[in-house]
Design a protein around this ligand. Structure first.
Ligand SMILES: Cc1cc2nc3c(=O)[nH]c(=O)nc-3n(C[C@H](O)[C@H](O)[C@H](O)COP(=O)(O)O)c2cc1C
Length: 393
């Protein structure tokens, strides 16, 4: 058992291990995406299509992976992105994420659907640590959440804007996971078949959603509270709404879920500090382009005036390096780290991030580069497949 855990290293290793440990409905919730899951696959496939040229005869003996983004310096060009329900996959997963991110010198963003409340962070938020927000129909309640986030010491707010409505994730529909407020018989049977998960889950019973814990009418269990919050997300949130948010939130504002250069300009004009090129891991609009193929045109449109982060299909350090050469300041991990935590907790995330760090370092050196700035300098130009050309020519 211990030996098998030691062998877990890559995102795919952790995905397979998580599949064994988790009830099917939770594995499918993480792994699944909208429709035919084409965009989810496309995100990863697009990275595989890009070739970078290794360079020889360069002195790469003195290297650093330090990166500057979100107004601070970090040890790696990486961040842990917002994953709703993370704490349901393993007791304490959110605490493990915070501690491990800090240990690796990288920031993380807690989800609007976190089980932790902003004021209950296991360690005080550090510069660049963020809380993610969905703008709700009730702007008073939205503002109150922002006040809690600011009072808890977060300097950065992520607002997710690719969820005007919730994507149709067919695995979740089949598993009965959409907007449920209590598990049905099939779900209970699924849970009983995964006793390691179930025993661990008993430790956090009854599960709660931190931010909604004391809201009247939101229900008393995590599932009820999550269904309530999901129903409150405002589909009318637009550019004017973003102006309101910019005026209301005094800290750093990051807009997550941008795929089009015009939307990127809108973020710039609204005074956002950074954006995340993201298609929500293919969980929203199936048929959207891979994020890495949308990146060059967006980086060009904002021309360094605001920060550019990217997520979607990041499974290896080499993917991060490719995103940096195409104009990203850093990348967010999604499923890769959710599976590491679900499969093996803190030890799993440490192993995954250690391997990412080694891969980023090795790739940088073999490309004849010595730093993130060097990778972004423009002469590590990748060979891009045809789908990229239309956005660059
Ligand atoms: C299980 C799961 C839950 C997620 N929950 C949120 C969320 O609450 N808020 C959000 O902005 N994005 C959420 N996302 C999207 C991720 O932040 C990220 O954009 C996506 O996972 C990146 O793609 P990747 O997983 O293929 O790397 C979630 C993704 C997954 C897989």
């Amino acid at each position: 058992m211990a030996r098998r855990r030691d062998n877990l290293l890559t995102a795919e290793d952790f995905r397979r291990a998580a599949r064994r440990r988790l009830p099917r409905l939770f594995f499918d919730y993480i792994d699944g995406a909208a429709g035919d899951e084409i965009t989810a696959r496309r995100n990863a496939d697009a990275f595989a299509e890009i070739a970078l040229h290794p360079r020889a005869l360069r002195d790469v003996s003195d290297r650093t992976l330090a990166a500057r983004f979100l107004g601070s310096s970090f040890d790696l060009p990486l961040m842990l992105g917002p994953i709703g329900s993370l704490g349901m996959f393993r007791a304490g997963a959110e605490t493990d994420a915070v501690r491990t991110a800090h240990r690796f010198g990288i920031p993380l963003c807690l989800s609007a659907f976190a089980m932790t409340a902003p004021e209950d962070m296991p360690e005080p938020p550090r510069p660049g640590d963020a809380w993610q927000l969905y703008v709700l129909k009730d702007r008073g309640r939205t503002g109150a959440i922002m006040d809690r986030i600011a009072e808890a010491g977060f300097d950065t707010l992520f607002v997710t804007v690719d969820t005007a409505v919730s994507g149709l994730r067919e695995r979740d529909i089949r598993n009965g996971l959409r907007r449920i407020t209590r598990p049905n018989a099939a779900m209970l049977a699924d849970m009983a078949l995964h006793p390691r998960w179930l025993l661990d889950f008993a430790r956090i019973w009854p599960p709660q959603m931190g931010v909604a814990r004391d809201w009247s009418g939101a229900g008393r269990s995590y599932l009820e509270q999550a269904a309530f919050l999901a129903g409150q997300i405002d589909p009318s949130f637009d550019g004017r709404g973003l102006d309101w948010l910019r005026a209301r939130w005094k800290g750093r504002l990051v807009v997550k879920g941008i795929l089009h250069p015009d939307d990127a300009r809108l973020c710039l004009d609204a005074g956002a500090d950074a954006l995340v090129v993201s298609n929500h891991g293919g969980r929203q609009f199936d048929g959207a382009p891979a994020t890495i193929s949308a990146l060059p045109a967006i980086a060009e449109a904002v021309a360094g005036r605001i920060g550019v982060l990217l997520d979607g299909g990041i499974r290896r350090g080499g993917d991060v390096v490719k995103a940096l050469t195409l104009g990203a300041d850093a990348c967010l991990l999604g499923r890769a780290y959710a599976f590491a935590l679900a499969a093996a907790g803190e030890a799993g995330l440490v192993a995954l991030l250690g391997h990412f760090r080694a891969e980023i370092d090795t790739s940088t050196a073999l490309l004849g580069k010595v730093s993130v700035a060097d990778l972004r300098s423009g002469d590590a130009v990748p060979d891009l497949p045809r789908v990229f050309r239309s956005s660059r020519d």
